[in-house]
Design a protein around this ligand. Structure first.
Ligand SMILES: Cc1cc2nc3c(=O)[nH]c(=O)nc-3n(C[C@H](O)[C@H](O)[C@H](O)COP(=O)(O)OP(=O)(O)OC[C@H]3O[C@@H](n4cnc5c(N)ncnc54)[C@H](O)[C@@H]3O)c2cc1C
Length: 434
């Protein structure tokens, strides 16, 4: 903690004093060039993007949502509208037909979309985070030109396939194999719990290599759903994201050309981990949107519902729950803004992103639980949206690393058992080069 009274009052004197204390000789050129980087204000462009995502949620997601959620009915039309609005290409550079906004803006879009419903943010996570941004990071120029324009505009939808029936947290146990055959690979296997399984036109999948000299026997491919041997099937009876599509993918002797491989043979696992750096960021920022939605509903209800002649908002225990939600929202924003800033700077952020995802998803579930409590019995029906927040927020504590996996990661970083090595390919920093 800086003791302010130690500083001379005049700011110019403060500079000189800091320079002297830090042992800098040249007082005319302040050495703290990066100090302006600690700026928590959003730019006008970021504010506009946040506002347009909020309005999109109100006008294009919420109408009819309660009925669709009740009927387990997904809405492909909403995904098309998200593409038209530019959200599916928010942080893709303009030379690939994207909006060209920064990575903090991506977080803001995810927060505002998930404030309306998790299904829209899940689409952002898999289409933008796990697929398009990973392609931006690992793809060759030819691959980026081939796929990114259609993805950034929403002309095509994309998903991500890592999980298998016997490989979730322990992804290295995956059994889907890619066997080299001339210029092609023949892929056999199965993926499960894949968001947009029935809707996506293409998927980034991680496979094991049947024969390879690579140290790590994994490879990543972009596969097209029209490839012979591909099929998908929806998963029924989900607890949450009921208005979204989740399913299984099946690959039977599916021939994929080698120019669809992302990264080299042996890079498959690194590609998957990079994808999670981007997907987890969207989940962390979206979780703040759930907390905000819980606050929107709870503040309204607490002011309307009266007991003993006064609104329940006047009861201190209700206030305690509201205050706890505010705490979750504010801490959550700081955590994801930091990760967005690190992405903009081109800094490695696996540790910070895991922390944001872990903290924010737990805070969102806690906020949703409290929101149900504040609504009493009415919170236990789908007459109010809070039961949907409760079910949806639970899922985010499972996908893209369970609560336990992130707990372990944070402990391992701190204990010195885990460090991040520099990657061969990094996500383009912001501002993007022409
Ligand atoms: C709605 C939804 C959408 C999804 N979308 C996608 C998608 O688009 N693409 C995709 O690839 N996957 C997706 N998933 C899958 C998700 O990523 C996996 O469910 C997740 O990684 C956990 O794997 P698992 O379900 O096999 O659980 P398991 O790994 O079997 O874990 C079961 C339990 O054991 C605990 N556990 C596991 N390992 C350890 C350990 N080492 N130490 C302590 N505890 C441990 C876990 O924390 C958990 O509590 C989605 C899942 C859901 C629910």
């Amino acid at each position: 903690m800086i003791q302010r009274d130690l500083f001379p009052s005049h700011s110019c004197c403060l500079w000189l004093w800091l320079c002297k204390e830090a042992g800098f000789q040249k007082r005319s050129a302040p050495p703290f060039g990066r100090i302006s980087a600690m700026d928590f204000a959003l730019t006008q462009e970021q504010e506009l993007i946040r506002e347009s995502a909020y309005k999109f949620g109100q006008n294009s997601i919420l109408p009819g949502l309660a009925e669709r959620d009740r009927a387990h009915q997904s809405d492909k039309e909403m995904l098309r509208r998200m593409g038209e609005a530019g959200f599916l290409g928010v942080c893709i550079p303009p030379n690939y037909e994207g909006m060209g906004a920064d990575y903090v803006s991506l977080g803001l879009v995810c927060e505002e979309l998930e404030r309306a419903d998790s299904t829209a943010r899940v689409a952002m996570s898999v289409h933008v985070g796990l697929h398009s941004m990973t392609l931006m990071q690992w793809g060759t120029e030819e691959q980026k030109r081939r796929w990114l324009p259609d993805l950034a505009t929403g002309r095509k939808l994309a998903g991500f396939g890592l999980t298998e029936p016997n490989a979730g947290s322990d992804a290295s146990s995956l059994r889907t194999t890619a066997t080299k055959d001339g210029d092609h690979y023949v892929i056999n296997g199965q993926k499960t719990w894949i968001s947009l399984a029935d809707y996506a036109d293409q998927f980034l999948i991680i496979t094991k290599l049947a024969e390879t000299t690579a140290k790590a026997p994994y490879a990543a491919f972009i596969i097209d759903r029209n490839t012979p041997g591909f099929s998908s099937r929806a998963i029924k009876g989900k607890l949450g994201v009921r208005a979204g599509n989740t399913g299984e993918l099946f690959f039977e002797d599916m021939r994929v050309h080698h120019d669809c491989r992302i990264g080299e043979e042996g890079d498959g696992f690194k590609v998957a981990m990079s994808a999670l750096d981007h997907g987890r960021y969207t989940v962390a920022s979206g979780a703040v949107g759930i907390i905000q939605a819980c606050l929107d509903a709870s503040v309204k209800y607490a002011n309307e519902r009266s007991v003993q002649g006064e609104p329940i908002g006047k009861k201190q225990l209700v206030q305690q729950m509201i205050a706890s939600m505010v705490q979750g929202r504010e801490v959550g924003r700081l955590l994801y803004y930091k990760v967005g800033w690190m992405k903009n700077q081109g800094l490695r952020h696996t540790k910070e992103c895991s922390l944001a995802k872990w903290t924010n998803c737990a805070a969102a579930f806690d906020a949703a639980n409290k929101a149900v409590e504040i609504h009493g019995a009415y919170g236990y029906t789908d007459e109010f949206p809070v039961e949907r927040y409760f079910r949806n927020s639970r899922g985010a504590m499972i996908y893209e690393g369970t609560h336990e996996i992130h707990t372990l990661m944070q402990a391992e970083y701190e204990l010195g058992y885990r460090t991040d090595k520099p990657l061969d390919y990094v996500l383009p920093s912001y501002p993007f080069e022409d």
